[in-house]
Design a protein around this ligand. Structure first.
Ligand code: PHE
Length: 452
């Protein structure tokens, strides 16, 4: 039996799982990273490869992670411990949840810094700081923010306080209520903003950019970027979906729930593109400007457009909500473990985890200014954490998880867990996971590492 002292319960309706998992998946990855990655990687070509990666790798691995979470109904660390105590797998597999938790924690430390930028930009947008700015002025505002560690640390702390308030809640009541409230707000904001953007922006160029591409646009780098982003965007390999899977009702089909989550995640990424690109094209800005697309290019539009203060305010509210519902899931593995294993209050567990992340976040903040000359492998701490997690740790964690589910835990465990009235669907998932997702991940990761 798992040493689960505090069983946290099961979500009352299957939809709560879908809301929570979609809240985790939809985040800065969709609103900030996806549009700029598309911009940098040839638009439609990236989108095409990304959709293939979602279907052939993302969805099967997501199903595997959630199913693993639901087998024992415990936090990821104790789930693996339990499976090994029952001699289903070897003890050493417990390294997997620890690695996943560590990746989640490291990502959280810099993700929350960027969420802090969103809070700061929300204030700037509604106070009219972007009024009539041009590109150099917008760049100046961004650089000035990065140059001030105290200011960034304050915004980061505000965001972390929000996270503590959210994660400290009970899973079945507090967390469930929160995601049920925030997700619809997020969707309404997305639809309103994209509607507005399509009215005032350049739709023709956007359609051309999103759907017009040539085979020659698809390079190995595009594939690498797309598969890495599919993991990040679906929150795979970081223990988040593993932990949420434990609270999912046994009556729900995991495959169906995960397909809905993947569909919504893709839809939100596309809507983010439909908000950002029409504006960027209409104002003749550079789509390939990279990470600064949201923080440097968009404010120029907000400053130029009628009602831009409101538009900008709504846009950054959207980013903050999306970041919050993702950030809470990154800490769930450790918070659930501390709560279930040591009967620690969730609130206390949330404070401990966020405080640790706050210190690392401070180092990340300083890597933009006072410590920017301090480089490891030629990268600042922020760049190092970003590359290390997304290019090395995350693929390893996802590969190990897939190996465990597809090759080491007996198939009948999954047959029971995945309640498939339809045997064909089960074999489709199992065969894809074993013979397509896993080899594809190995091939892409190893080739990427050798080429790096
Ligand atoms: N999927 C989230 C996003 O797209 C990021 C995330 C990573 C969330 C890991 C949870 C765990 O922004």
């Amino acid at each position: 039996m798992p040493k689960n002292r505090c069983f946290q319960g099961i979500w009352a309706s299957p939809w709560v799982f879908i809301f929570a998992a979609t809240g985790s998946a939809v985040g800065l990855g969709n609103l900030w990273k996806f549009p700029y990655m598309m911009g940098e990687n040839g638009g439609g070509a990236f989108l095409f490869v990304y959709i293939l990666c979602l279907l052939l790798v993302g969805l099967p691995v997501l199903i595997a992670e959630v199913a693993l979470g639901r087998t024992v109904r415990s936090n990821p660390i104790d789930t693996v411990n339990d499976l090994s105590e029952r001699h289903i797998i070897a003890k050493g597999w417990v390294a997997l949840p620890w690695l996943a938790g560590l990746v989640g924690f490291l990502i959280f430390s810099f993700y929350s810094v960027i969420a802090g930028w969103c809070l700061s930009y929300f204030k700037r947008a509604i106070t009219g700081e972007f009024d009539a700015i041009n590109l150099p002025k917008s760049q100046f505002i961004f650089d000035e923010m990065l140059a001030k560690p105290e200011e960034m640390a304050i915004w980061n702390s505000v965001f972390l306080a929000l996270v503590i308030l959210a994660v400290g809640q009970s899973v079945t009541r507090g967390l469930a209520k929160l995601v049920k409230l925030l997700l619809p707000v997020l969707i309404i904001l997305l639809i309103t903003l994209s509607f507005y953007s399509l009215q005032v922006g350049d739709v023709a160029q956007t359609i051309d950019f999103l759907f017009g591409w040539k085979w020659s646009d698809i390079t190995f780098d595009v594939v690498l970027a797309a598969v890495g982003h599919a993991f990040f965007s679906l929150s795979i390999g970081m223990g988040a979906m593993f932990a949420y899977g434990a609270y999912m009702s046994k009556h729900m089909s995991i495959a169906r729930a995960c397909s809905i989550v993947v569909g919504l995640d893709l839809l939100v990424a596309l809507l983010a593109g439909l908000i950002i690109f029409p504006l960027v094209f209409a104002y003749d800005l550079n789509v390939a400007s990279g990470p600064s697309l949201t923080f440097v290019s968009l404010p120029i539009v907000f400053g130029a457009i009628q009602g831009g203060q409101l538009l900008g305010g709504l846009f950054f509210t959207l980013m903050i909500i999306a970041a919050l519902t993702s950030a809470i899931s990154m800490l769930e593995l450790f918070v659930a473990w501390l709560h279930e294993r040591f009967a620690m209050d969730r609130f206390k567990a949330a404070i401990i985890s966020t405080t640790a992340a706050w210190f690392l976040g401070l180092a990340v903040i300083l890597s933009f200014n006072d410590w920017s000359d301090f480089k490891i492998l030629g990268m600042t701490l922020f760049e190092l954490l970003d590359s290390l997690t997304s290019l090395v740790m995350l693929p390893i964690s996802a590969i190990v998880l897939t190996l465990l589910v597809a090759w080491f835990i007996p198939q009948n465990v999954w047959q029971k867990e995945l309640i498939t009235r339809n045997a064909k669907h089960f074999s489709w998932w199992y065969v894809t996971l074993k013979y397509i997702s896993l080899p594809a991940m190995l091939l892409i990761a190893v080739t990427g590492w050798l080429g790096a």
